[in-house]
Structures are given as structure tokens and as C-alpha cells.
Design a protein around this ligand. Structure first.
Ligand code: NAD
Length: 235
């Protein structure tokens, strides 16, 4: 059987770390990436010591050339095969429309939408050559609805769903699947202090289980816009 391979962005923390761990524990060779080199190296070494096949490539995905560099290095490590790309790295900004200026608009778009776009563009021909692959985009409930203060973040996450829909339509004939996960509050550093008890929140491992569930589906079956909410709550 061929070795299964994955690249997970933003895997030094929160949802990305949980997905990366779930994939590694399920037999994938995983390229982990984040901005913080020392943290990344420590996380990778710990997992290697446990016998997992994980590798680290640091990258700042707010800079366009870093997507190319990360992809090239990651694909080299994975011997030219990529079964799963998880576009997870992202940041949250809570500001009204009047408070957002052009540089902050560009910065969040670059990280939350342009990097997933560029990495998907790079993954596409590789997956086409393999006659299959899966691209997972971590959107948000804010990618389905916007509130006061979320215009910019929501625009990036609505955009990520649009990218997912196009990838799915363009990839279907090659066996390439794309799907978006739209979680409410997940217990990670990004969610910060919340009025919701941490134990009541969605856990990063819940999102990882959805990724594994999607990967377990039979060939012609996909999930679309998987919305993940807390029982009895909107987000
Ligand atoms: P987190 O802060 O724990 O992790 C974010 C990850 O992104 C980290 O690994 C960080 O290194 C990486 N990252 C940030 N800026 C980067 C950059 N410039 N270049 C490369 N990597 C960078 O947050 P999280 O909650 O795990 O968020 C992961 C994704 O889930 C994000 O896209 C976020 O929008 C989305 N999301 C989070 C929630 C939530 O409530 N936590 C809800 C819905 C969607």
C-alpha cells in the first residue's frame, strides 16, 4: 500500500495541531507548519520520539512566496505525493468596517484566503496526477453569516467556501475532493477567553474527527460545508 501523506497549515496550535495528530496517528506522513520555528521543532521532535512520521517546515503564510516555498519543501519531504492538504492557518480580527484600513484588509486576506488559494493551486496538479486527493478548508460559521465587527474575517471565510466550491467542481473529474468545515467557537488560543465554559465548547479534536470521517467516505461521496455547533447554541 502507498504511504498516505498530508500537509496541514497552522499545525503548531489548536485545530491544525489536532488534525495533524489525528492524521499522523492514522498512518499519514504529515508535514506540519507554522510561523514559530522553535515551537514547531519541539512539536515535531516529540511526535517523532513517539514513532510518528511528522516533519516540520516553518513558513509565514501572510507572504505569497512562502506558500511556494512551503509547498515545494513539503512535497519534497513527502516524495512528491500529497493525499491531503488542510488549509487551516488563519487569524481573527474583530473590527467594524470604519476601523479597517487597506493594509489590515490585505494582511488578513493574504493569510486567510490567498494562502489557501495558492496552496490549493499548487496541490491541484499533484492530486490530478495521482487521480485523487482531498483539500480541506477550515472556514467558520462566520463564513456563513456575518455580524457587527466580523466583516473582514467573514469575507475571508465566505471566500474560502467559494474557493472550496470551485475546487470541488474543477476537481470532480480527477477524483479530487474539496470540502469546508465551518465551526462555531472552538476551544483554542484563537477563541480566547469566552463566556462559554471551555468544557462546553467545540474541541479541536472534534474538527479532526470530521476530517477523518470525510477521508473514510467512499470514492464518489463528499461532505459539503460541514457546520459544527454546540448543542443548543448558534456557535
Ligand atoms: P490558533 O490560534 O490556535 O492556531 C492558528 C494557527 O495558524 C497557528 O498554528 C499559527 O501558527 C498559524 N498561523 C497564524 N498566522 C500565521 C501566518 N502568518 N503564517 C503561518 N501560520 C500562521 O487558532 P485555531 O482556533 O486553531 O484556528 C485555526 C483555524 O480555524 C483558523 O483558520 C480559524 O479562522 C478557524 N476557526 C477557528 C474557530 C475558533 O473558535 N477557534 C472557529 C472557526 C474557525
Amino acid at each position: 500500500m502507498k504511504e498516505k501523506t498530508a500537509l496541514v497549515t497552522g499545525s503548531t496550535s489548536g485545530i491544525g495541531l489536532a488534525i495533524s495528530d489525528a492524521l499522523a496517528h492514522n498512518g499519514y506522513s504529515v508535514v506540519m507548519t507554522g510561523r514559530r520555528k522553535t515551537l514547531l521543532n519541539d512539536l515535531v521532535q516529540k511526535r517523532k520520539d513517539e514513532g510518528l512520521r511528522v516533519f516540520g517546515v516553518p513558513a509565514d503564510l501572510s507572504l505569497a512566496p512562502e506558500s511556494d516555498r512551503l509547498f515545494e519543501a513539503g512535497l519534497g519531504i513527502l516524495n512528491g505525493r500529497l493525499d491531503v492538504l488542510v488549509n487551516n492557518a488563519g487569524a481573527y480580527v474583530h473590527r467594524t468596517v470604519s476601523e479597517i484600513d487597506a493594509p489590515s484588509f490585505d494582511a488578513l486576506m493574504a493569510l486567510n484566503l490567498r494562502a489557501p488559494f495558492l496552496l490549493s493551486k499548487l496541490a491541484f496538479p499533484v492530486m490530478k496526477r495521482q487521480s485523487g486527493g482531498t483539500i480541506v478548508n477550515i472556514s467558520s460559521v462566520a463564513g456563513l453569516q456575518a455580524w457587527a465587527g466580523t466583516s473582514l474575517y467573514s469575507a475571508t471565510k465566505f471566500g474560502l467556501r467559494a474557493l472550496t466550491e470551485s475546487l470541488l467542481a474543477e476537481g470532480a473529474q480527477y477524483g479530487i475532493k474539496a470540502f469546508a468545515i465551518c465551526p462555531g467557537y472552538v476551544h483554542t488560543p484563537m477563541a480566547g477567553p469566552s463566556r462559554v465554559d471551555a468544557r462546553e465548547m467545540i474541541q479541536p479534536e472534534d474538527i479532526a474527527r470530521i476530517v477523518l470521517a470525510h477521508l473514510s467516505l467512499s470514492g464518489p461521496v463528499v461532505m459539503k460545508d460541514v457546520v459544527v455547533s454546540r448543542l443548543g447554541a448558534e456557535g
